[in-house]
Ligand binder design. Sequence first.
Ligand SMILES: Cc1cc2nc3c(=O)[nH]c(=O)nc-3n(C[C@H](O)[C@H](O)[C@H](O)COP(=O)(O)OP(=O)(O)OC[C@H]3O[C@@H](n4cnc5c(N)ncnc54)[C@H](O)[C@@H]3O)c2cc1C
Length: 223
Amino acid sequence: MELARSYTVVLPSLEPERQDPDVETGRVIYLMIKIYSNGAVTPYIGTLNAGDTLSVGGSVGTFQLSQLSGVSHLVLLAAGTGFTPMIRLIYHTVVCAPEDSTLLVHLVFYNKKMCDILWREQLDVLAKQYDRFRVTYVLSAEDETVWDGLTGHICATHVQQYVPHQDNGVLKENQNSQTKQKCSVGKVNPLVCACGPPVFTAAAIELLKAHGLTSSHIHAFSG
Ligand SMILES: Cc1cc2nc3c(=O)[nH]c(=O)nc-3n(C[C@H](O)[C@H](O)[C@H](O)COP(=O)(O)OP(=O)(O)OC[C@H]3O[C@@H](n4cnc5c(N)ncnc54)[C@H](O)[C@@H]3O)c2cc1C
């Protein structure tokens, strides 16, 4: 029996000095895979050792870098391993972007517990380094005595708070937002990318549409 699952090709790191030149030549791919103990495929992947082989199919996906053209705010809604497609987006739009780039990038990252947050240290460093980049963590199952950040699941309040919307081309300042990303009133052209378990991505799309965004402002990474 053959089983297949989809995985996102990631970068080895968000740090320029930790990139692998073999990625550019296509000799090497990096994957970030969560092992589900009750899963059909990932427990097997977890047993693999260096030198073992695995069949890899061709790449699929519909995201085009041209979708970023003219975008003023890039909001990345990620849940768990739904963070994986955001890695290249963050690297491309924050780390590799021209110095005069004005694109505001905000990752809103949903997880259960603090220990589930992938690459938190790197994300925090990046947020300190670049005013244009912001990260917000939301946890759904963390002990309140150790976590004083946002809690819960994706909801209309989060979308209203973090996703700018167009109102005759004028930015409506996000209510209650403590954002460090101040944007002058003017043309706002948001792109919101969402990725996570199917139920998360479906909820995100519904909330974004209710918030007034049209399909051209939403990209869902899904199977
Ligand atoms: C386009 C695309 C890209 C993906 N990229 C990645 C990636 O980069 N890294 C990665 O780890 N996974 C990624 N996935 C998920 C991956 O394809 C598998 O679904 C996952 O590895 C589980 O496979 P499994 O056979 O072990 O579990 P299954 O036997 O399929 O499921 C076992 C259990 O895990 C739960 N489960 C399965 N997938 C998820 C999920 N995504 N979130 C929450 N619960 C889940 C199921 O509800 C079930 O309870 C991606 C999926 C898609 C569609």
